[in-house]
Structures are given as C-alpha cells and as structure tokens.
Ligand binder design. Structure first.
Ligand code: SF4
Length: 321
C-alpha cells in the first residue's frame, strides 16, 4: 500500500507478538500473535472505526500505532514518516500529534491533579502554553462544553460524561492530527454516549482531526465512522465505507457481527450465531483464521489464506469472492 499525501496513517503488514514464558527460567514457549499482518490506511480528517470481538487485537493495534507496543515487523507511516525508525524518546514532536482517549476516564485521570493541571500538563511539558495557563485551560474546557468553574475541581467531583470531556480536552490540548479513541463511550449511559459522539464529530470539523475509533459496539461505529475495518484474530478481514459495511457486509464474520445489531429502517436477515470458541492467538488456524467458526467454510478455506478482493472502496479477505 503506497502512502498518499492525503493519508495521515499508513500501516503495512504490521505484526505485534507477545512472548509467552513458562517454567522457572521463564523460557519462551510461544508467541501471542495479537496483531498478525495488518495493513490499513487513514485519510486526513477521516474517522476509521475498528471493530471486532474483545481479544481480536484492536487495542494492541492502537497501542502499536501509538508506539506503546513495539512491533516485531511491519511499518507505520504517520504523516509520511516511518515511526518504527524512531526510538520512543526520539518521537518528540510526532508523539504530541498522536493522542489517545481511553475507555475509562476514572483510571486515566490522575485523582490528585485538578482539572487545570490535567488539561495543561502536556502543554507545559512541551512549552506550548499561550498566555495565561488558566485562560488557556478555560478555552480548552469551553471547547468540550465545560465551564471555567471546573478548573480547580478534581476528577471525582464530575460525572462519567464530564470526566470524558476532560479527557478529550487533554487530548486536543497539543493540537494533534490523529486521536485514537479506545472504546471512549462504552462506560457511559446511552444518552451521554450520544453527547460525547456529537462532541467528537464537532471537534473533528473544527480542528480537522482524524480518529481511529475502536469499539465493540457496531451501532456506535456505524454512526460516527466514515469507514469501518473489521478485525478477527489479529487480522483485518473486511474494510469499506460505513454504509456499505453496515448494510451489505461481505465477510461471514462481519455478517455475524452485524446480524446482532438492531438497526431501525435496515432490514436484517435472521441472527447468525457463531458456534465454537475463538481460537487461541498463540496457535491461529491455518488457511483462513475464521474457518473453525465460519458457517460458509469450504475445503480451500482450511488450506489457503484468502487474498484481498476489492470492489470499489470495499475490501474483503474471503475465498467466497
Ligand atoms: Fe469463511 Fe472461507 Fe470466507 Fe474464511 S475464507 S470467511 S472460512 S468462506
């Protein structure tokens, strides 16, 4: 996949493995292949939804993009620069252009810091405070719908939705280009989820942000994302424009995931219940990694890894196509 000027992120054949150690001398007995040959791209100002069951490798992929995990091979190009060529402490300016919003703002906000310190911590570290620190923080808070009165309060004094707004203010403080949103609304009530999603959409428009939006909730991803990538056992099995993937999923795994999503106005065929457990990422099955659970499995699926099939902007990795 060639990087194009409009691509903010290009990932090529990325692999992130974790060693499994056993015994008194902690001998390596195998590897968990959390991300196993992922190639993806994101355009500037795009929201890419990354979906799949828990344990499929979504969060590891995001952490690798943020250089919080070291890949064993592959390439990550951010704004055309190869991140794997840098050591973590050398990332400097690039690192501040890549930010993250976590699922659980309670765990991600330091309870001993007030809101002023939380939202300006990165700014102070990078010498980016414009004028008075309080005024700068108040401007950030107003961007996320919070008042100046929040400045000297602590995280425990806020509701879940307000805490996530503080996390978002912190994430946008360094004027990033790309924000990884790791299940940012999963811990919130449905009505609050909608407010946070609409806030993220408004900030994307205002600041030209791109989001890698990770969620297990397909209805949320279908609403916010421009494109969707479906991940199973460390690999991408389908990508395409949101409407196409939500309404006409091609890969049997995507079809099963989508069949469980209630969607007003969209006719769904009957629910597809997958049998069997997800195989261990230590010993992924040969051929198509989904063949042990696929309702449409064919003999070739057990032998050969499916190649990519492209139809317009819709890509699928399955022997049916
Ligand atoms: Fe199912 Fe075969 Fe397609 Fe894999 S390649 S999803 S096993 S039909």
């Amino acid at each position: 996949m060639e990087p194009r000027p409009r691509h903010i992120l290009t990932i090529r054949d990325l692999k992130t493995y974790f060693p499994v150690k056993r015994g008194v001398i902690a001998r390596t007995v195998g590897y968990v292949r959390a991300v196993d040959g992922v190639s993806l791209f994101m355009e500037k100002k795009e929201i890419l939804g990354l979906v799949g069951e828990s344990g499929c490798g979504k969060t590891t992929l995001a952490r690798t993009v943020l250089m919080l995990e070291k890949p064993v091979s592959g390439q990550i190009l951010f704004s055309g620069k190869d991140l794997s060529g840098f050591r973590r402490h050398e990332l400097g300016d690039l690192r501040k252009r890549l930010q993250i919003i976590f699922q659980d703002p309670v765990a991600s906000l330091n309870p001993r810091m007030n809101v002023l310190d939380i939202v300006t911590e990165g700014l102070v570290q990078h010498g980016m405070v414009e004028g008075n620190r309080e005024s700068h923080a108040a401007r950030l808070l107003s961007e996320v719908g919070l008042g100046r009165d929040a400045l000297y309060r602590y995280p425990h004094e806020f509701s879940g939705g307000q805490r996530q707004r503080i996390s978002i203010a912190r994430a946008i403080s360094l004027r990033p280009d790309l924000i990884v949103c790791d299940e940012p609304v999963s811990a919130l009530d449905v009505s609050v989820q909608a407010q946070i999603i609409n806030l993220l959409l408004a900030l994307r428009e205002r600041h030209g942000l791109s989001y890698l939006f990770i969620s297990h909730d397909l209805s949320v991803v279908g609403y916010i994302a421009d494109r969707i990538a479906v991940m199973y056992l460390g690999r991408i099995v389908e990508t395409g424009p949101s409407g196409d993937v939500m309404e006409t999923p091609k890969h049997p795994y995507s079809q099963a995931l989508l069949s469980a999503v209630p969607a007003p106005g969209v006719h769904r065929k009957k629910r597809i219940v997958l049998s069997g457990e997800t195989p261990s990422p230590m010993t992924p099955p040969p051929g198509c990694v989904f063949h042990t659970r696929c309702p449409k499995v064919m003999p070739v699926c057990r032998r050969e890894i499916p190649k990519e099939t492209v139809s317009g902007r819709h890509h699928v990795w399955c022997h049916l196509y």
